[in-house]
Write a protein that binds this ligand. Structure first.
Ligand code: GAR
Length: 203
């Protein structure tokens, strides 16, 4: 049996992406296991979801540290303590610093609810609807120092319907996010991703 890839998940919100990763892991759909969930928001739903799967959780609030560096140093040591090999940002609403990326080179991935490079940042679904696009979607990418910017691993599209609201579009995209994140983790776990500049080759 293949050795399981050790994941650390960072989440600030409800944690439905985390939930789908936990379910994929426990059903054996991915050769990976979540070793720790870290949140910068003490009330994040993601924490309860992790506990329900008996996964250790840690809360690290930015306001408890004198600098972003000190805040991230604490998170890095949490991840290292749990021997994390791949860091998954799942609705983690902060930009990752240089030292963090250096501690996990090409080992931090993020999911974003838009077809990047369109609509990075906050409220991506609303941005897409306001712009009037006919096709929306989501992107999983390697993280670099810019917001929603690093090399793209996988993308999935969904149609924008005539009567869509931000919420209905959000839900349609979210369903694809859940599928795409596990698919990406499995590609990483089976060493099928090769980074060539900005291009990610799938072997
Ligand atoms: C997801 O839609 C994720 O793509 C988005 O936050 C939501 C978290 O939902 N992330 C970003 O916008 C990052 N720029 P969840 O907590 O239910 O997984």
């Amino acid at each position: 049996m293949q050795k399981k890839l050790k994941l650390g998940v960072l989440a600030s919100g409800s944690g439905t992406n985390l939930q789908s990763i936990l379910e994929s892991s426990s059903s054996g759909k991915i050769d990976a296991e979540v070793k720790i969930v870290i949140s910068d928001v003490p009330t994040a739903g993601a924490l309860e979801r992790a506990k329900a799967f008996n996964v250790p959780v840690t809360v690290r609030e930015r306001s408890s540290y004198p600098s972003k560096q000190a805040f991230e140093a604490a998170i890095i040591s949490d991840l290292k303590d749990h021997c994390v090999e791949l860091v998954c940002l799942a609705g983690y609403m902060r930009i990752i610093g240089k030292e963090f990326l250096a501690a996990f080179p090409n080992r931090v991935i993020n999911i974003h609810p838009a077809l990047l490079p369109s609509f990075p940042g906050l409220d991506a679904q609303e941005q897409a609807l306001d712009y009037g696009v006919k096709v929306a979607g989501c992107t999983v990418h390697f993280v670099d120092e810019k917001t929603d910017h690093g090399p793209i691993i996988l993308q999935a599209t969904v149609p924008v319907l005539e009567d869509d609201t931000v919420e209905s579009l959000r839900q349609r995209i979210l369903k694809e996010e859940h599928r795409l994140y596990s698919e990406t983790i499995q590609l990483f776990a089976s060493k099928r991703l090769r980074l060539e500049g900005r291009r990610v080759r799938i072997l």
